[in-house]
Write a protein of this length. Structure first.
Length: 123
């Protein structure tokens, strides 16, 4: 049965939501105000992530970014600036050991020069 007078926009959305069994108002609230990923919202409400993205674009939903704090241990850096690289602990220990060996060798050679002992052994 067709109606001659068009339905107001809000009623049409409500009818569409009832027809497909999806609570789009809850999804809209979760997308705009929540800090869940779109994938998690889609899984929770039983719709596809692409469906939510297309509804966001069609209805002009904009996510409020920055509502979720960064996990501990990570710091936000300046955009476009590469992070400073650190040596891994094992590599760092190796470097320290090599530096210490060179210090010992230098000290040993300096001692031999002062005492007049040749650094080369004669066979």
């Amino acid at each position: 049965m067709e109606q001659d007078d068009p339905q107001p926009e809000g009623e049409a959305d409500a009818l569409a939501a009832r027809r497909d069994g999806v609570d789009w108002e809850a999804i809209k609230h979760a997308v705009i105000d929540g800090d869940w990923s779109l994938r998690r919202i889609a899984e929770t409400h039983g719709v596809g992530e692409t469906t939510i993205r297309s509804r966001m674009q069609k209805e002009g939903w904009v996510r409020l970014l920055g509502t979720k704090p960064l996990p501990s241990g990570r710091r936000a850096g300046a955009a476009g600036v590469p992070r400073e690289k650190r040596a891994k602990p094992k590599l760092f220990r190796r470097r320290q050991m090599v530096q210490r060996l060179f210090q010992v060798l230098d000290a040993n050679q300096a001692h031999r020069r002062r005492s007049g002992t040749s650094t080369r052994s004669s066979c």
